[in-house]
Design a protein around this ligand. Structure first.
Ligand code: NAG
Ligand code: NAG
Ligand code: NAG
Ligand code: NAG
Ligand code: NAG
Ligand code: NAG
Ligand code: NAG
Ligand code: NAG
Ligand code: NAG
Ligand code: NAG
Ligand code: NAG
Length: 298
């Protein structure tokens, strides 16, 4: 009984102080404060209070520039996150959960959002140094100003844009069956290829969805980022990803309870028992208790 009282009165404060001092050396928990960078970059893109699933390498709006990479700037249009490539705006509908070897975003062309009759007929503009089409993505061909677009293999869907313009559209598998390009043969004046997801394209082929739903569902783009692997390791260690703007923007792992590094967060013994530092404050405390009790015995 006596030894327990003594243990509580003298050893606990000693252990706490020791753990705290050691944890500074080990860049560990208990004493370190959350950094400004961790707090800022742990938020997803939030537009008008609506949380998105979009984070690193995207930045902008509430996420500081050091939370992402330069080309991946997002702006908010009302409650929707947008990315601009060239002069084309895309609505970002979703981002895959972190941890994927290749993250993907689902985007939709802003000029075709809820509207298959845009003011200008322009090609889809993807910056292939940032993003690329994910597998399965298929193009829907929209034709405008057609004199007559008749195929023998399948009926072509058409919809009036207004009193003068009608659009006809075909899926990629249907387009492959048209022998001569209608714009080249001057049957139509304009053609625009708009990507849709593979499932949406199949649903159009089987007539189980409508064109608006297919287009507004967007299409997937793979995120091209050399630091995806580094970021996944960082997140697994409890950190959030970003870059150091001041030093030519190399990868940074911002940590909650330890100093930020360019690899992973260390010493987060509470949530990550497998952390590489091997020894942690709780282990040390057990060792101290063991030594103390052994000493008391003799
Ligand atoms: C939105 O994100 C913020 C910051 O990350 C978080 O505090 C909040 O709980 C989230 N809200 C919802 C509804 O998920
Ligand atoms: C994150 O940083 C950006 C840019 O500095 C700032 O506008 C935003 O308010 C910050 N957000 C938080 C939650 O600190
Ligand atoms: C594509 O993105 C890269 C990286 O941000 C940028 O340097 C380049 O200028 C962009 N290309 C175009 C055509 O916008
Ligand atoms: C967004 O992506 C996540 C992860 O891929 C998925 O689980 C979720 O269903 C998607 N949300 C929407 C609205 O598509
Ligand atoms: C009809 O719509 C097209 C765009 O699809 C537009 O260029 C044209 O000016 C419109 N015409 C009228 C009369 O509204
Ligand atoms: C869709 O069209 C674009 C050009 O606008 C092209 O780069 C892309 O490869 C096409 N996708 C498929 C699946 O053929
Ligand atoms: C698709 O379905 C709609 C409504 O069910 C029908 O009116 C239309 O004729 C169908 N189109 C084709 C090409 O089968
Ligand atoms: C940081 O420490 C706090 C308080 O001990 C804990 O709740 C949180 O999970 C720790 N975060 C990480 C990433 O280890
Ligand atoms: C970026 O690097 C500089 C120089 O090494 C350093 O002083 C600064 O703290 C770093 N920024 C972050 C956010 O770690
Ligand atoms: C981290 O920094 C060290 C030393 O500056 C460098 O050797 C290493 O390649 C960097 N690692 C990453 C993932 O950037
Ligand atoms: C720790 O490592 C073991 C063996 O490598 C693994 O089975 C376990 O899931 C890991 N635990 C955590 C929390 O990472």
């Amino acid at each position: 009984m006596n030894s327990i009282v003594l243990f509580q009165s003298s050893l606990i404060p000693l252990l706490l102080i020791t753990s705290c001092l050691l944890s500074i050396n080990l860049q560990s928990s208990l004493c370190a404060a959350e950094t400004v960078e961790f707090a800022n970059c742990s938020q997803p893109i939030i537009c008008e209070g609506v949380n998105s699933s979009i984070s690193y390498p995207f930045w902008g709006a509430n996420r500081a520039d050091y939370c992402g990479k330069s080309g991946f700037q997002v702006t908010c249009q009302d409650t929707d996150p947008m990315i601009r490539m060239g002069s084309m705006d895309f609505r970002i509908l979703n981002m895959s959960a972190s941890g994927a070897a290749t993250p993907t975003v689902t985007v939709a062309r802003e000029d075709y959002w809820n509207n298959i009759c845009p003011l200008n007929y322009v090609a889809t503009n993807i910056n292939f140094s940032l993003l690329t089409y994910a597998s399965g993505v298929q193009n829907v061909s929209f034709f405008y100003g057609c004199s007559s677009l008749v195929t023998t293999q399948f009926p072509v869907n058409s919809q009036a844009c207004n009193s003068t313009v009608t659009t006809s559209y075909v899926t990629q598998t249907q387009a492959a069956k048209i022998p001569v390009d209608p714009v080249e043969s001057r049957t139509c004046t304009n053609k625009v290829l708009v990507p849709v997801s593979g499932t949406a394209s199949q649903a159009l082929d089987s007539n189980t969805t409508d064109i608006k739903t297919a287009i507004d569902g967007g299409f997937e783009l793979d995120v091209l980022n050399d630091d995806t692997g580094h970021c996944n390791n960082c997140v697994a260690s409890g950190g959030v990803c970003g870059q150091n703007i001041t030093t030519n923007a190399p990868f940074m792992c911002f940590c909650e309870n330890s100093s930020s590094t360019n690899t992973t967060c260390t010493g987060n013994s509470i949530t990550n028992p497998n952390s590489s530092s091997g020894i942690n404050p709780s282990t040390l405390s057990l060792i101290f208790i063991y030594i103390y009790l052994s000493y008391k015995k003799y």
